[in-house]
Design a protein around this ligand. Structure first.
Ligand code: FMN
Length: 885
């Protein structure tokens, strides 16, 4: 068995999995769920010990902090007012570029954007017979317009009058904003209330056609390949070894211990005469830079020499060596050899660290070389204690995956190096550190990276360990109190270097493609150099493709061949088949780990008395989620799912704590009976926030996303959204929410009608609709769904709030429905209207109406079970079972 094979998780290979009795096997009870670490035995939330806000007496319509006509509706998440003018100028220029580049962008951004997911071929969408084909024109037009045209300014909806001076900022939203505004450009001014045609996910399709294979979701660069945008380099030799130009150091068994060395590193690498790696005297052979002709006598005697811009670049081979070391540097924790690291090699590595850039040239690091086994054993004890504490806090599926991961190689390696920072080095006036004290630690991290790269070139594996309380480790190493530990590095020769990060090979996390991280001129204006810039929404829509037809067919055949009567798993068979088509393989991996994202926001329409719950309950419930005391926490623990809360628009202040993502676009929406709930920019930001949360959770290794929501009064905007997107009358899609009586329900219906009358809403302009009558959590949830679909990851929808958001996502890109699974049916009438409109069958129907993600979490084991059956159940052939005659 090779090192690579050892590292590959069992899940990589389709086929039977080890038998498991359940998601929570082998875990201590306290170790499950986000709040589990702090949850006391009694199940009551710990920490602040808040009372359950739902037990509080409603107390009428208490005026808690909320967005109102006189509350400035700020965008704390992105941008500053004072930057707007500058950004506007920049964006106008960018808009001009964009108009010129747009056609090219569709061509060019495609391959790169779609590197993350399935390539889309012309005609795929129509040929697929998928939701788009069935969805009528509204959604199709919206998706097309989001890709294509810039609307005339006068066709863009104006900002709400109540925004406290905020204006539409093309700068903030960039290409995203203008792309979304396109729907408005194409839509009739007068809102058509005709019901758009119902839509449905693509499976089962009316007719199937060949579809392209989806690319690896996440679209990371091929293993070991040069990152996009890196200069052309000669092809690297196969394998991880080779290309060693330095003399091998013989080991005891006469095998070169530095078999993985990429290039020799000179002991004194400051021979300026020759380029590193170049034979001595080569400089003389290099062609001299072209010199300008001698100046005539009447001109100034001196003219600076003109040289090619890259005259100082290394040779191709040298550059390849540099990029190779960067590409092939790995954090290594397994497969270390016992061979000692020769002193001169260790000195070269330390020298590389010492040459790192540092703030004010303060060189704030020190390196403590630790070889003593007792010291290392002491450190390892600290690390194991931290490892155990971390494992106890993990949700079930994560904890199982973590149990197979190695996080240190302290005693497996012959030498450890502790890298410390002295934050005071250089005295009071260290240049640059006066304004950014953290730059001392940054500098030290650069020293670590230099050492890591040098070690890779020497053929040495390095594992960075951070599982310790920094002060405990400092005490254990007897460090002077003014020094802090930045890194603990385990160093030694290895059998093999993993071709990709071990955490990626083990399925713990996925790499983010480069193009996710590159913005042009301002944040959110995306595109690699040399490509036309695009928006996150455009990029996301472009990556959403049809179901994979081959995988669908394989899954159908496998279902028919499984040792059970055909069709006996009912709806679960369809679910597993669609899962195969979505992921692009049969059988697909079990959709775990799963993560629920609870998007929280407040609503200006609360002022209309649509609920008797005070608005501050939204903030209080976020605390409750964080403390692990809500229903969603209990159900997440049961299902082994992670809970993340996203503040996309909560009126109250929230703490900065793990588990809460601060993405507040505004502290609540405005009252939509008096104008738009939010500006188009705000709605766009919220959609983007949802896409980014989906990306982050999938990059973190989740294979299933679950929608959650929290926002007092949010069934009212849900009804308005559903009315717009389905064409239903408000009376048919407005429900009792958190418990309205008959009179309150009548009032609520009237509020929805007034909201629709006060705003122009056109279903073919989905972001415009979200801005007019939606909530920030609705907008973010629609982005979350689009993000999941773009990465070909299933998203389990909760109740009516998620349903309303799914209508918006489907109107933006109908194929996004392929990724959606309806977790349950809520008792809210609007939810039934959603499900019939989008053609999704709920997996659970228990008369629930809580929200938070509770219904979807109950359905998660059904989704997982459908896939597990497809993977694990024997076929008639393999089990030697006779089929029905
Ligand atoms: C600051 C920092 C701390 C890290 N701490 C640990 C650790 O405690 N245990 C571990 O196994 N890996 C640790 N790593 C390694 C990362 O998991 C690793 O860099 C990442 O998975 C990417 O893999 P690669 O370095 O092979 O590209 C750490 C890395 C960094 C930069």
């Amino acid at each position: 068995m090779t090192g690579d094979e050892r590292r590959r998780g069992a899940d990589d290979e389709p086929g039977p999995e080890p038998a498991s009795d359940g998601l929570l096997d082998d875990l201590p009870e306290t170790g499950r769920g986000t709040g589990a670490a702090s949850a006391p035995e009694s199940g009551r939330p710990s920490g602040r010990q808040r009372a359950n806000p739902f037990h509080a007496s409603p107390g009428g319509r208490r005026g808690g902090p909320r967005a109102s006509a006189d509350t400035p509706n700020v965008i704390p998440f992105r941008g500053h007012e004072e930057d707007r003018g500058r950004e506007e100028d920049r964006d106008q220029a960018a808009d001009r570029d964009r108009d010129q580049d747009r056609d090219g962008a569709r061509e060019q951004s495609g391959p790169d954007a779609s590197a993350a997911t399935a390539p889309e071929l012309p005609g795929d969408r129509d040929a697929s017979g998928g939701p788009e084909a069935q969805a009528g024109t509204g959604g199709h037009r919206a998706a097309e317009s989001a890709r294509g045209h810039t609307p005339p300014a006068d066709q863009q909806p104006s900002a709400p009058a109540e925004r406290g001076g905020e204006r539409e900022s093309p700068a903030g939203a960039g290409a995203f904003e203008s792309a979304l505004a396109n729907a408005a450009a194409q839509s009739p001014r007068a809102r058509s209330r005709q019901a758009p045609a119902p839509m449905a996910p693509q499976y089962p399709p009316p007719s199937r056609s060949a579809a392209p294979e989806p690319a690896e979701p996440g679209g990371s660069a091929p293993a070991g390949g040069a990152a996009a945008g890196s200069p052309p380099v000669p092809e690297a030799p196969a394998g991880h070894g080779g290309a060693a130009t330095g003399p091998p150091t013989p080991s005891e068994d006469d095998e070169p211990v530095n078999a993985h060395a990429a290039a020799s590193f000179p002991e004194q690498p400051d021979d300026r005469a020759d380029r590193p790696g170049e034979p001595s005297g080569a400089r003389a052979q290099r062609p001299a830079p072209e010199q300008p002709p001698a100046a005539p006598a009447h001109e100034p005697a001196y003219e600076p020499a003109r040289t090619e811009p890259d005259a100082h670049a290394y040779s191709d081979a040298e550059r390849e060596a540099v990029y190779r070391a960067i590409r092939e540097r790995r954090d290594v924790r397994m497969g270390f050899r016992t061979d000692p690291v020769p002193d001169e090699v260790l000195r070269r590595v330390l020298d590389a660290g010492h040459r790192a850039p540092s703030v004010g040239y303060s060189q704030p690091w020190d390196f403590i070389v630790v070889q003593d086994e007792d010291v290392r054993a002491r450190v390892q004890k600290l690390v194991h204690a931290q490892r155990d504490a971390y494992a106890r806090a993990l949700p079930g599926a994560r904890a199982r995956a973590f149990s197979g991961l190695k996080v240190e190689a302290i005693l497996d390696t012959p030498v450890n190096v502790v890298v410390t920072v002295d934050p005071t080095r250089g005295g009071r006036h260290t240049l640059g550190r006066h304004s950014q004290p953290q730059t001392a630690a940054y500098s030290t991290a650069l020293a670590v990276e230099n050492m890591w790269l040098a070690a890779r070139a020497e053929g040495l594996g390095v594992g960075w360990v951070s599982f310790f309380e920094e002060r405990d480790l400092a005490a254990s190493l007897d460090l002077p109190p003014h020094l802090e530990v930045v890194a603990y590095m385990c160093i030694g020769y290895v059998d093999d270097f993993p071709p990709e990060p071990e955490l990626a090979l083990g399925g713990w996390a996925k790499g983010r493609p480069l193009h996710w991280a590159v913005h042009r001129e301002n944040y959110g204006h995306r595109g690699l150099p040399g490509e036309a810039a695009t928006s996150l929404l455009e990029e996301t829509i472009a990556a959403i493709g049809p179901l994979n037809q081959r995988a669908l067919k394989d899954a159908e055949e496998r279902q028919a061949a499984m040792t059970k009567p055909p069709g006996s798993l009912g709806v679960l068979e369809e679910v597993s088949i669609r899962m195969s088509g979505l992921v692009g393989e049969c059988p697909p991996p079990v959709p775990e780990p799963a993560a629920v994202a609870i998007f929280a926001g407040d609503h200006g329409v609360h002022a209309q008395g649509v609920t008797s719950w005070p608005q501050e309950v939204t903030t209080q419930m976020v605390h409750n989620f964080l403390d692990g005391g809500a229903v969603v926490n209990a159900f997440a623990e049961q299902a082994g799912a992670e809970v993340t809360i996203v503040d996309v628009g909560v009126a109250g202040d929230l703490p900065t704590v793990p588990g809460l993502l601060p993405r507040k676009v505004a502290p609540g929406t405005a009252d939509f009976t008096r104008g738009p709930a939010m500006s188009r920019t705000q709605a766009s930001y919220a959609v983007e926030a949802g896409i980014e949360v989906a990306r982050d959770l999938v990059s973190a290794g989740n294979r299933c996303l679950i929608t959650g929501d929290m926002g007092i009064a949010n069934t009212t905007p849900s009804s308005a959204l559903i009315s717009v997107f389905t064409g239903a009358d408000p009376a048919d899609v407005t429900g009792r929410g958190t418990g309205a009586d008959d009179a309150e329900l009548e009032h609520k219906i009237d509020v929805v009608r007034r909201g629709l009358a006060a705003n122009e809403t056109d279903p073919s302009d989905p972001v415009g609709v979200l801005a007019a009558v939606g909530g920030l959590e609705h907008a973010a949830l629609s982005g979350f769904i689009l993000g999941a679909a773009a990465m070909r990851v299933p998203v389990v929808l909760d109740g009516v709030i998620a349903g309303a958001a799914a209508l918006a996502s489907a109107a933006i890109e109908p194929l996004s429905l392929n990724a959606c699974f309806a977790g349950h049916r809520s008792t809210e009438p609007g939810h039934a209207a959603v499900l019939s409109h989008i053609g999704l069958r709920p997996l659970v129907d228990l008369e629930m109406r809580l929200g938070e993600g509770s219904g979807a979490l109950l359905a998660l084991p059904l989704l997982q079970g459908s896939v597990r059956a497809l993977r694990n159940v024997a076929t008639f052939d393999s089990a030697g079972v006779s089929e029905r005659g």
